[in-house]
Design a protein around this ligand. Sequence first.
Ligand code: BES
Ligand code: MN
Ligand code: ZN
Length: 492
Amino acid sequence: MPTLPAVHVTTDRIDELAVDALIVPVFRGAIEGPGTDTALRALGLTAVPRDVAFRGKPGEVVHLSAPGQPWGRVTLVGLGRLDELDTAMVRRAAGAAIRSLASTAATVATTLPLVEASTASIQAAVEGALLGAYRYDDARSDPKPHRLTDITVVVPSSLSEAAAGAVRRASAHARAQCVARDLVAAPPNRLGPEEVATWAQEHLGPDIEVEVWDEERLAAEGCGGLLAVAAGSARPPRLVRLRYRPSDPVARVSLVGKGITFDSGGISLKRPSTLMDAMKGDMAGAAAVLGVFSVLAELGLPVEVHGELCLAENMPSGSATLPSDVVRYRDGTTVEVLNTDAEGRLVLADGLLLAVEADVDAIVDVATLTGAVSRAIGRHAVGVFANDDDLLRQLLAAGREAGEPSWHLPLWEELSEGLESEVADMNNIGDPELGAGASVGGLFLRHFVDGTPWAHLDIAGPAWLDSDRDHLCRHGTGVPVRTLLRWLEQAD
Ligand code: BES
Ligand code: MN
Ligand code: ZN
């Protein structure tokens, strides 16, 4: 489990706070945020000095030395325009500022929660700070020690009691997200399907039931997708079945995660022109579900939550599934595999069929399913597909509150005929002439949910970033863990 800095709450005046760095907000156009004028005055300044070329753009950071003050330095962080301020900006700014300090400061304090005096902004500031402090160094022989140990948030005295709850929730949500980040960051030779299953058995605690299906059980149960995708790999597939069962649950839901621990494309091998390292992140959906399960008991949510993690490695070899092979599922559905690189939908079909059989109220699958989704809506956003308007609305709202942008995409019936096959019930890629690759993936999955309220989150864009961005770190970001947690918190 990742270790995060400790979080403290104070309503003290900032001039009495002894910390290595005090983070204060500045709006675009050099309008000082709360505490900023006090800090600047202590430095003998009446405004942000012109020569530091700081504009207050979102996430912009500058450090000012603070001789003779209780703060080692004052860190200005940009919040963008005052009239565009929202809670998400507080989270982003906290993340950007903390990342710039985490290896040099041990203790930091920030007045960011004061810009929007609400428990939501306290939670956002703490989430942003903890997420910005994250670093993965499990695979280094000589990891640099994390310097940052303590984060103090300054809150309005009117909220000093409510703040404790906001900090607790923020810490749980951020830790869950960092669990997902750690799992994505782990290299595929250390964390294949079996190791993910072992991780679940060893780390989720006594309140989560963990059942692991190995390749024999998968064959006996008719889980043809996982077996077909893993056929070319030296690492056998696993299905991990998680259960969190509170007494008298208000709802029962299932989270199905795509867990391809490496996606080479298989026989339909990916071109090596691009760096393929991002394909270790093809288990980000399963990692997000594990992140969620790692905090369900701590949050005490009154929802029964099932997890179905579809874990396999997609490799070419003499035993690999071939384009034109036919896969058979436990419900009898047959699928002609026209492209072995469309493997996510093949393994998710197994998980979706099992989720339906468990008779839950709603199913949400989480998957790095298509490159097409980020071409359609951008690398930063989650594509949301659903067969149920209420579930769709809930998930979009949860994403908004979490500051994890998401956008509704269509399941056009017009695309369905592309999924017809000459030899089987369906093929796995649709008709490329019709376009809309992300929607085709969604339609393929919809076949297996049999009318159960269902949503599909295509996270191929935001689950993996090439560079740090505010509270989100380079590579595995842990999106959409906090969207899922907020959705579960609001279930009824
Ligand atoms: N894992 C990929 C999707 C992906 C692409 C995730 C880029 C993250 C970044 C998925 O298995 C895949 O290869 N999808 C194909 C589908 C196609 C063959 C129908 C794609 O998107 O090209
Ligand atoms: Mn693929
Ligand atoms: Zn994939």
